[in-house]
Design a protein around this ligand. Structure first.
Ligand SMILES: *[C@@H]1O[C@H](CO)[C@@H](O)[C@H](O)[C@H]1NC(C)=O
Length: 287
């Protein structure tokens, strides 16, 4: 018995070490992948590049952006949002291209007073035009642990995921005359800022600066499935397996997404008739 459990223990340990090594190979380093763009030392890269934190205080927020640009990809990382009283703060996390007719795929996390739910605000801009908001509550407390927020963007579709659960899809509906992000590479951005004019209950609750600094944390950036335009190369190089370029949701995942939307979606522009008196946007017919 003792021998058996010893060898089991050894096996488990070996497995853990191997898994650790695999993770180490995959874990990307924040120093290599991102530039801090504003906020000075309110943005910090820690643990030799494993973790990044962004803070907001009464004089400034902070932000970072990816060094690389991406032309399609499955791109994501883990975030742990501002704990406690975060009302009035917004942590934004998005892909965006340059120029005045930009494309953008947005996650924004709207803080709340202690114990009340964060709102995940999403939007899709194509050719500089957004107005495609959907908002969700989460099925967990996003301030307790790290959770993965990612986007699959390929020529067919844009899918928003929370911990591998699809919450929203924006399909390519070019044939219906809806612009789709097809030809402008995007960079990943994130920032934390004060938005107490509008963020929490429509601006009703103000940021309480006695709780500052407000800090969000990031780790495990993953753009392993993406086509990358590095700053010194204008040509794009894709990861060896590009199956994700054709990926979409399987029927099971569509079902899962619809379940999440039914239970956790609190706003959908596609059913906001009041906002679009002359008719809902053309993409709203599908799905
Ligand atoms: C904050 O909590 C209130 C009350 O539960 C809720 O109505 C609101 O959606 C929450 N989130 C934000 C960002 O206001």
């Amino acid at each position: 018995m003792a021998i058996l459990s010893k060898s089991l223990e050894l096996m488990t340990k070996t497995l853990l070490i191997i898994m650790g090594m695999l993770l180490a190979v995959h874990a990307t380093n924040f120093f290599n992948e991102f530039d801090i763009t504003w906020g000075g030392n309110r943005a910090k890269i820690l643990n030799s590049g494993e973790v990044l934190t962004l803070s907001l205080d009464s004089s400034s927020g902070s932000g970072f952006q990816s060094k690389n640009m991406y032309m399609f990809g499955r791109i994501g990382m883990q975030l742990k949002l501002v704990p406690g009283n975060s009302a009035g703060t917004v942590t934004s996390y998005y892909l965006k291209s340059d120029g005045s007719t930009w494309d953008e795929i947005d996650f924004e996390f709207l803080g709340n007073v202690t114990g009340e739910p964060y709102v995940v605000h999403t939007n899709v801009y194509t050719q500089g035009k957004g107005d495609r908001e959907q908002q969700f509550y989460l099925w967990f407390d996003p301030t307790k642990d790290f959770h993965t927020y990612s986007v699959l963007w390929n020529p067919q579709t844009v899918i928003f995921y929370v911990d591998d659960v699809p919450i929203r899809e924006f399909k390519n509906m070019k044939p219906k005359g809806v612009a789709f992000p097809m030809d402008q590479p995007m960079r990943l951005f994130s920032s934390i800022y004060n938005a107490d004019q509008w963020a929490t209950r429509g601006g009703l609750i103000k940021t309480d600066w006695s709780f500052s600094p407000f800090t969000a944390s990031y780790r495990n950036f993953n753009a392993g499935s993406a086509c990358v335009l590095s700053p010194n190369r204008r040509s794009s190089s894709c990861s060896s397996s590009t199956a994700w370029l054709r990926d979409g949701l399987h029927p099971k995942e569509v079902k899962k997404m619809k379940g999440v939307q039914k239970r956790f979606r609190i706003y959908d522009y596609c059913v906001d008739g009041k906002r679009f008196p002359s008719g809902l946007p053309p993409e709203c017919g599908a799905l």
